[in-house]
Ligand binder design. Structure first.
Ligand code: NAP
Length: 256
């Protein structure tokens, strides 16, 4: 029996980067995967790729900051697959890179709308299905920047700190309902999000990556699969005694 046989896992921001590799590994371990994202072409392509490898998946367009859409898509996933056993709140953006006193309110709110409100809305609308099922499992993608900070992207740090504590509140709140809630805290992972930061930097992509490598005691930044395996572990029964935990996967970044 595979590690995630008979589990339906809904992943937000599943078309690219960490979410994409998470969907692949979840399917390889036997899960039925509901891929959701705003990047439709890449999401449909991933669905096809998973099916070609013998896995089960479907794709839905979902902007996690849109409450009506969250409600509708979650109902459709539940209707199609019969349950939502695991929710992976992965969708997130890095947002503007300016010092706090130069940030416009709408730039701040854009990051909060996706990174914080998105986690809130998806959690809010998955809980009724999980309560009805008598069990559930939520995995929130925070960051090392939900634990420590750096002198850049202020709304991102605020958002990931919020996700860290939202996780712990919900872990306590829903433990009686047999619903676990844990957070993952990646170090830098080479994904389209981080590549775009490199492209926007003054030093160029190659040097940007080298600079990031040097921040991790292990000597290099991570790959999406390093986080995907953490998602698989938390989604599986191997982690059944874990709730409210911060799973740090960061090549030693936060040891310093
Ligand atoms: P990514 O490469 O940008 O992939 C994220 C996916 O989410 C993209 O397909 C993106 O679509 C989608 N998305 C953006 N806004 C959305 C919305 N409103 N609703 C639904 N989907 C949306 O990012 P990643 O690096 O894989 O990051 C995934 C998660 O890990 C994020 O929460 C991020 O903060 C966290 N994280 C990443 C790192 C890292 O180093 N990569 C480190 C720590 C934590 P578009 O491409 O069309 O925008």
């Amino acid at each position: 029996m595979k590690r995630l046989e008979k589990k339906v896992v809904l992943v937000t921001g599943g078309s690219l980067g960490i979410g994409r590799e998470g969907c692949r590994k979840l399917a390889q371990e036997g899960a039925t995967v509901a891929i959701t994202d705003i990047a439709d072409e890449e999401g449909q392509e991933l669905k096809q790729e998973i099916e070609n490898e013998g896995g089960k998946a479907a794709y839905w367009h979902l902007d996690v900051s849109d409450e009506d859409a969250v409600q509708k898509v979650f109902s459709r996933v539940n209707e199609k697959f019969g349950s939502i056993d695991v929710l992976v709140n992965n969708a997130g953006i890095s947002g503007v890179n300016k010092p706090t006193h130069e940030i416009e309110l709408d730039e701040w709110q854009k990051v909060i709308a996706i990174n914080v409100n998105g986690v809130f809305l998806c959690t809010k609308h998955v809980i009724p299905f999980m309560k009805k099922n008598g069990k559930g499992n939520i995995i929130n993608m925070s960051s090392i920047y939900g634990i420590i900070s750096a002198p850049d992207i202020p709304p991102y740090h605020a958002s990931k700190g919020a996700v860290r504590l939202m996780t712990k509140t919900d872990a306590i709140q829903y433990a009686k309902d047999n619903i676990r809630v844990n957070s993952i805290h990646p170090g830098f992972i080479w994904t389209p999000l981080v590549r775009a930061m490199g492209e926007a930097s003054e030093v160029g992509v190659e040097q940007f990556r080298k600079n990031l490598d040097a921040l991790h005691p292990i000597g290099h930044i991570g790959e999406p699969e390093d986080i995907a395996w953490g998602i698989v572990f938390l989604a599986s029964e191997e982690s059944k005694f874990m709730t409210g935990t911060e799973l740090v996967i960061d090549g030693g970044y936060t040891c310093k």
